[in-house]
Design a protein around this ligand. Sequence first.
Ligand SMILES: Nc1ncnc2c1ncn2[C@@H]1O[C@H](COP(=O)(O)OP(=O)(O)O)[C@@H](O)[C@H]1O
Ligand SMILES: [Mg+2]
Length: 266
Amino acid sequence: MTPLLSVEGLHVGVAASRETAATTILRDVSFMINAGETVGLLGASGSGKTSLALALLGLLPPALNVRGQVLFDGLDVVSASEGARRALRGRRLSMVFQEPLTALNPRLRVGAQVAEVACAHGERDAGRATRTAVDMLGRAGLPEPDERARRFPHELSGGERQRVLLAMALLLDPALLIADEPTSALDVEVQAQVLTLLRTQQRERGMALLLVSHDLGVIATTCARTMVLHDARVVEDAPTRQLLATPEHPQSRALVAAVRPGAQSA
Ligand SMILES: Nc1ncnc2c1ncn2[C@@H]1O[C@H](COP(=O)(O)OP(=O)(O)O)[C@@H](O)[C@H]1O
Ligand SMILES: [Mg+2]
């Protein structure tokens, strides 16, 4: 089976400037994701998770040095034109960003923002785009979607805003959804609801999911496989159950110990 996504020797670096030395954000990262697979990207803050997610979408700032190959649907995201990348994003590949408030336009009602996604991808009928948006908001678990759709982002709770972002990301039925810390800003109860929603949508659609988190607890409920990012590298890539039972890399052991206090004392 050809993998959906194949990353080979990905390297992301920051060039030296007058004030700072050159640094490496990602070093020789290689992995694959198959259609329908659920994969967690686990790492401490600053380990490069968001940079890796952005690299997969071709969204890293142009000032960074990017080498290697990111093949999605046969297209190399690293060397493709911006036009080709844009065609991929939001259709076959979409992302829920880390900050729900900054990812939304504060001056536009959320229903209109979701409808805009539908229009950007070919829906010409404004009324139909609005109905699609409200329907998707409902499926993303937003209560009273008709009424909520008319609100501005700041008139929603954090959990509701996260559902709006999820609705936008799911609207185009992507083959791979990347969710970057989608629940980190939410309290535990809402976090569990959003994770359940992600799992249900993933299963119903058979889409692949890359769930980015610093919290192995979050990943373990959702992903069959986990990659551990540390010091700019993927230091472990294993079935989640195996990682929990027998973590190999010291960083993996530390992350497992964080969710299972006592498990590492033997
Ligand atoms: N555009 C950039 N220019 C310079 N350094 C960056 C840039 N983006 C990220 N970094 C650095 O790369 C490292 C990884 O950041 P990030 O990918 O946001 O990690 P994470 O999401 O795991 O917290 C950090 O040290 C961060 O400061
Ligand atoms: Mg991040």
